[in-house]
Design a binder for this molecule. Structure first.
Ligand code: FES
Length: 196
């Protein structure tokens, strides 16, 4: 039987052993030269007014954010977002009034639910759910509008081109096949249940 080592320290009690958290994954670097194309569905009352204010305050925000004016984010739906992504957008967001301030009562709440649903559907289709987002802001938040546009544009620049974007083939390392999301819209646009 081996003799116990002299001066050997007893092992620490279990309570003292702390788990070392795994290192955080490094943020992907933005692809040099890639200019994401972003579609922002903005409600005419708050988000669009905030965009207007950002313009009149001469605040800088990326010119690749294309604004689509909608009467309310309640008009934003899953099909619109998917059509934008399939049509070449790399990211899509809806920007509406602050919760409780929607001029159509709950349009922004419904939009938030649709965005949450869309994120799940994108994930299920193998796409990054961060390509869609929902923001709320008031008409007087011009600086916030510019900040959102910069933030989202930066996020999409890191993610790279949208897999359904026409530019994806050129950007995809090795030019591999596109994920099978081409039929994604068709598969669910024909009245299949589940759209909130
Ligand atoms: S009117 Fe702005 S979100 Fe409904």
């Amino acid at each position: 039987m081996p003799e116990p080592l002299k001066n050997a320290e007893p092992p620490p009690p279990r309570a003292q052993i702390r788990e070392v958290p795994p290192p955080a994954a490094p943020a992907p670097a933005a692809i040099p030269g890639f200019e994401p194309r972003i579609i922002a569905f903005c409600c005419q009352y708050c988000a669009y007014s905030a965009a207007d204010m950002a313009g009149s305050m001469r605040l800088q925000y990326p010119p690749n954010v294309e604004i689509v004016l909608v009467p309310c984010t309640g008009r934003f739906d899953v099909i619109l977002a998917l059509k934008a992504l399939e049509g070449g957008a790399d990211g899509v967001y809806a920007a509406g009034c602050l919760e409780g301030s929607c001029h159509f009562l709950d349009g922004n709440i419904r939009a938030r639910k649709r965005v949450a649903y869309l994120k799940k559907e994108l994930e299920a289709a193998g796409l990054d759910p961060r390509r869609v987002e929902m923001y709320n802001l008031s008409a007087s938040q011009g600086p916030r509008f510019a900040e959102i546009a910069r933030e989202f544009s930066g996020r999409i620049a890191e993610l790279g081109p949208g897999p359904a974007s026409g530019r994806s083939r050129g950007w995809r390392p090795g030019g591999g096949p596109l994920p099978g999301n081409r039929g994604f819209l068709r598969a669910r646009a024909d009245g299949s249940p589940g759209f909130p």
